[in-house]
Design a protein around this ligand. Structure first.
Ligand code: FAD
Length: 290
């Protein structure tokens, strides 16, 4: 039997392909894109914007893909890498989305379709021996272990050491009382501003995602981001924010050196398993070829 760790898009596609059970630590499936209710509408926790349709149609031929021409406003791009991830050699492609992008309108439906085809149990690995996975909630035997969850934490359960690490990010989803600016994506590389990205949700002109990246121990807080939204004159006061959700992701941008030698029973894919800053298409491709 195969076991998959992680019910993000990679884990869901992989488990469906392999007929495997998934171990997921969160109550929700979908990983970074897990859906949330806001303003009585189910929206993905990140805007599902991709550069090509191939992988999406491969896993869900009924995907509703809308071609959009994004208007980008980029301030101080030369300092963006040192602000977002100074230790990364390059930034992932999604850091500046392509002007010609595809918006996946029914992404929550794609995730729930995939989740309906697989068995997901709650938990996370505590210890792994050859053929047995001990989680905080149960014990499972496996022939192959397919990891799409945190490679850093899996290493600990296996007693392995790699020099890999991550930059964290705070993602805010905010519903404002108005549309701000005449752009769809605003990127700011200035170090004095706590956020780097504001991305408008294509299907709701008052809904925005705001990204702020952080290094260990230096967590940005929501009040500071609101203050900076005022300083940059996008809002006048807290009153302009009708609704807000905050999510800290510790393993947001990944870097370091991986070891080639890994246990024979283990296959690793997706962004966290392969420990690579892949885009959504890349994650699906890695699941299809894992
Ligand atoms: C801020 C941000 C913005 C992005 N924007 C874009 C974009 O616009 N376009 C694009 O193409 N790509 C974008 N990406 C990249 C894209 O989101 C990812 O490549 C893709 O979602 C990866 O899916 P995944 O399933 O591999 O990982 P994840 O979605 O991270 O899923 C991993 C799952 O594993 C679970 N898990 C982790 N560790 C454990 C454990 N030890 N035990 C049990 N479960 C565990 C997690 O809870 C999660 O459910 C963005 C990424 C980030 C961080």
């Amino acid at each position: 039997m195969s076991l998959v760790i992680g019910a993000g898009i990679t884990g869901l596609v992989l488990a469906k392909r392999e007929g495997a059970t998934i171990i997921e630590e969160q109550a929700n499936y979908g990983g970074l894109y897990g859906s949330e209710e806001m303003d009585n509408v189910k929206i993905p926790a990140l805007p599902p914007l991709v550069g090509r349709e191939k992988e999406i149609l491969e896993i869900y031929p009924d995907a509703d893909l809308a071609e959009i021409g994004l208007s980008l406003r980029i301030v101080d791009e030369v300092h963006l890498r040192s602000k977002v991830c100074p230790v990364c050699e390059t930034l992932p492609s999604w850091i500046i989305p392509p002007r010609k992008s595809l918006f996946i309108r029914n992404f929550p439906e794609i995730l729930s379709h995939l989740a309906s085809k697989v068995k997901i149990v709650r938990g996370y690995p505590v210890r792994i021996t050859n053929g047995t996975l001990f989680t905080n909630r149960g014990i499972y035997d496996f022939r192959t272990l397919l990891n799409t969850g945190s490679r850093q934490r899996l290493n600990r359960s296996l007693g392995l050491n790699e020099r890999i690490d991550a930059i964290g990010c705070l993602i805010l989803e905010v519903l404002l009382d108005r549309k701000i600016g005449d752009w769809d994506v605003y990127v700011n590389g200035k170090s004095g501003i706590s956020f780097s990205h504001i991305i408008g949700f294509p299907d709701n002109e008052r809904l925005y995602y705001i990204y702020s990246f952080y290094h260990k121990g230096k967590l940005p807080d929501v009040d500071r981001i609101i203050l900076d939204l005022k300083r940059t004159r996008f809002i006048e006061s807290r009153e302009n924010v009708l609704s807000l959700r905050a999510r800290y992701i510790n393993e947001c941008l990944l870097y370091g050196e991986k070891e080639r030698q890994r246990p024979d029973f283990l296959r690793e894919c997706g962004r966290l398993g392969a420990w690579e800053n892949m885009d959504l298409n890349g994650a699906i491709r890695s699941a299809l070829e894992c």
